[in-house]
Design a protein around this ligand. Structure first.
Ligand code: HEC
Length: 253
């Protein structure tokens, strides 16, 4: 009996579908082997740092990441000095000061990522009436997760003939309804990676998607390693209980 429970338990854990469900488009997503998937999932820090560069040089022109502070970049391998320098490139409005006035100052490590637009109205005006969503949790908020974001970034094509395209929209196979207000944000060499990695379209899409998987769940590694420890503990406990059971029932079988 215990054996059966153990097998069922292991079966459920190892076959638990990741990112169940698919995006609401009829095209199959491009599936990637992400290092952060699966029970032993880990982030690739070099990829996250490249992804942060893509976010800050490209996506941050339109999208905020309001759940992450500059300080959190320590988790992906930046030193305190590097983070201070990164934050120092941005300005935030703070206050009121003793005179009751608001003032502008350089961002600090403890500030959240600075938003690209002053408010939603201005953001919409700049983007064909559509609000570029905050990207902090987008990987969790979309069916298909990281595979969906990666597919979306690689899903731009010309409008097919006879497609009723709306003004200022772009064709994307993976977006529900197939037309999106975001122009294709990446192309080869749009950023230069500090570690010498070649900045191809696919590499950029992969790295920025990994970065967004991290912003959606910075504590993923802690959660997974706790899960693995718990699993091993339970297996050990089960084996010990089986041993005890055998011993107790030895003379009665
Ligand atoms: C010029 C502004 C602009 C830039 C730059 C930009 N985006 Fe967007 N993005 C938008 C707008 C506008 C939308 C909303 C599109 C819509 O709903 O039609 C959007 C939507 C999205 C979505 C949500 C799609 C969905 O399923 O709702 C994701 C994910 C996204 N962008 C990722 C990125 C990434 C990653 C980058 C950088 C590589 C980036 N964007 C750069 C304007 C931009």
């Amino acid at each position: 009996m215990l054996n059966k429970i153990l097998y069922l338990f292991l079966f459920l854990i190892f076959t638990h579908p990741h990112n169940a469900g698919s995006a609401s488009s009829d095209v199959d997503l491009i599936e990637q082997n992400w290092p952060f998937n699966g029970i032993f999932g880990r982030f690739d820090k070099a990829s996250l740092q490249r992804g942060f560069k893509v976010y800050s040089e490209v996506c941050a022109a339109c999208h905020g990441i309001r759940h992450i502070s500059y300080r959190d970049l320590g988790d992906i391998g930046y030193s305190a000095d590097e983070i201070k320098a990164i934050a120092g490139e941005y300005e935030v409005i703070d206050g009121p000061n003793d005179e009751g006035d608001m003032f502008t100052r350089d961002a600090k490590m403890s500030d959240k990522f600075v938003e690209p637009y002053e408010n939603e109205k201005i953001a919409r005006l700049a983007n064909n009436g559509v609000y570029p969503p905050d990207l902090s949790l987008i990987v969790k908020a979309r069916a298909g997760g990281a595979d969906y974001i990666y597919s979306l970034l690689n899903g731009y094509k010309d409008f097919p003939e006879n497609f009723e395209a709306s003004e200022g929209m772009y064709y994307n196979e993976y977006y529900p309804g197939k037309q999106i207000a975001m122009p294709s944000p990446i192309m080869d060499e749009i950023v230069e990676f500090d570690d010498g990695t070649e900045a191809t379209h696919l590499q950029i899409a992969r790295d920025v998607t990994s970065f967004l998987a991290w912003t959606a769940e910075p504590e993923l590694e802690v959660r997974k390693s706790l899960g693995v420890k718990t699993l091993f503990f339970l297996i050990l406990l089960t084996i010990m209980l089986l041993g005890v059971k055998r011993k107790v029932w030895k003379n009665l079988d």
